[in-house]
Write a protein that binds this ligand. Structure first.
Ligand code: AMP
Ligand code: GLY
Length: 424
């Protein structure tokens, strides 16, 4: 089998890492990939928003199956495009991708199907939005309707702040959004819950907790994710049953009724309040950095899992996980999530050991003349699997100390709610 993985983040590096362990796989190409994927796959540079050029690469390299990592090409319809050309591809089609691509679509689907989520309003003009904001209690959450790389959400403590954020969205701050969602602020603990879905069934595909805020103690602006850990002690059997019955199953049957069954990975971003789940968002892909910790814990062959979904055989599949704990800490460029510098050399990565329990997954990196440079806000994911979370974090922090890079920063407190409260 020859596979293509589309994307260039830590998520895609960890997917390639896991696929590489399958005896069924001959070659992996990564489009465009990073300095980490380059070591285990063949990177091919291309603009992934140009589906025609992606298709040409796939034909030229005799690819049997394409796996899509990030949301943007899914939302733009890459699955429909490749399907039409008879290329086997794993991921949701353009219609189903609205679950992430349009918050208004997702919220309306929740409302129609009684799926628990924050109370909300959807607006396309400032006057209506402003009336709604003034009528509701603070804090309120202001969201751009379309994709915004984790930056389209502002939690507003005052009416003035909410009005300012609403105005920014409606005046086009996020190009993908002409609409605005205003919603009630939910207090609780966040949980990332994953499933893999085929035409007839779905299967649990891991759970994790992510830290979205840039600063230690979970303060400051939202990011794409500063670190994650799995398994999350927050998830128990009773809660999982509620997640499936109240959120996942009504969503999958609603998509079927709309005539567009969901197929692919599905990530429910949940807020857990008194052991009750509320849907904050859907993502139509694996999470980043959650995927990195899940790929370290996954014992079953990843190719076998994806192939079962493609052949609608998930019902018969047993997916096994390592019971140990895994943590990933994201090493970012100083300044992220605002402006940061690129092209800064990271010197001694090749001297740091990678094995089954320790992996440095690359995100924004590239290699030139055998040297590695930064190329993005989130740069490396220092990932450790160990007997418990405290131990895993300590080991990741030791590895981070060894990395010789002055232009980076990271959070030392990933997992604090669990580790400091001794819920490991
Ligand atoms: P989203 O892009 O909708 O996932 O929002 C990004 C992040 O903002 C979430 O992971 C939460 O940390 C936070 N957030 C979004 N909506 C809410 C809400 N209604 N209440 C509390 N926090 C929220
Ligand atoms: N870790 C958050 C995300 O992947 O959207």
């Amino acid at each position: 089998m020859n596979l293509a993985v589309i994307g260039s983040g830590g998520r895609e590096h960890s997917i390639c890492y896991k696929l590489k362990q399958s005896s069924k796989i001959k070659n992996i190409i990564c489009i465009p990939g990073n300095a980490g994927t380059r070591k285990i796959a063949k990177n091919i540079e291309a603009d992934i928003s140009n589906f025609k050029s992606v298709y040409k690469i796939i034909k030229k390299n005799n690819i049997d199956l394409v796996i899509i990592g990030p949301e943007q090409p899914l939302v733009d319809g890459i699955v429909d495009y490749l399907d039409e050309k008879n290329i086997k591809v794993f991921g949701p089609n353009k219609f189903a991708s609205q679950l992430e691509g349009s918050k208004a679509f997702m919220k309306n689907l929740c409302k129609k199907n009684n799926i628990p989520t924050a109370k909300f309003g959807v607006f396309d003009n400032f006057e209506d939005a402003s009336n709604f904001i003034k009528k509701n209690e603070m804090p309120l959450v202001i969201k751009a309707d379309g994709l915004a790389a984790g930056k389209g959400v502002v939690i507003c403590a005052s009416v003035n702040e909410a009005l300012k954020s609403a105005k920014e969205v409606l005046s086009g701050k996020f190009k993908s959004s002409k609409k605005l969602v205003v919603e009630e602020f939910l207090q609780g603990e966040e949980l990332s819950y994953f499933i893999i879905v085929d035409d007839t069934s779905y299967h649990f595909f891991g759970a994790a907790q992510d830290h979205k805020r840039v600063g230690e103690g979970d303060v400051g602006p939202n990011t794409g994710g500063m670190g994650a850990y799995s398994p999350p002690p927050l998830l128990n059997n009773q809660l999982e049953e509620k997640i499936k019955k109240k959120i996942i199953e009504p969503t999958l049957s609603a998509m079927k009724k709309l005539g567009y069954p969901y197929k692919g990975f599905l990530y429910a971003g949940l807020m857990i309040k008194k052991n009750e789940p509320y849907l904050i968002e859907y993502n139509i892909r694996m999470g980043d950095p959650e995927c990195q910790v899940l790929m370290m814990r996954l014992k079953t062959d990843l190719f076998k899992v994806i192939n079962s979904a493609i052949n609608n055989e998930l019902d018969n599949l047993k997916i096994e996980w390592n019971k140990e704990s895994c943590i990933t800490i994201v090493l970012c460029s100083k300044g992220y999530p605002a402006n940061y510098i690129n092209n800064s050399e990271i010197k001694n990565l090749s001297s740091i050991i990678n094995d089954n329990n320790n992996q440095i997954f690359h995100a924004g990196t590239y290699e030139k003349n055998n040297r590695i440079f930064s190329n993005g806000g989130r740069v490396l994911n220092v990932t450790t699997l160990s007997k418990n979370l405290t131990d895993a974090r300590e080991k990741s922090l030791i590895t981070l100390k060894k990395i010789n890079w002055n232009d980076g920063f990271f959070r030392k407190d990933i997992g604090w709610k669990v580790i400091e409260n001794k819920k490991i």
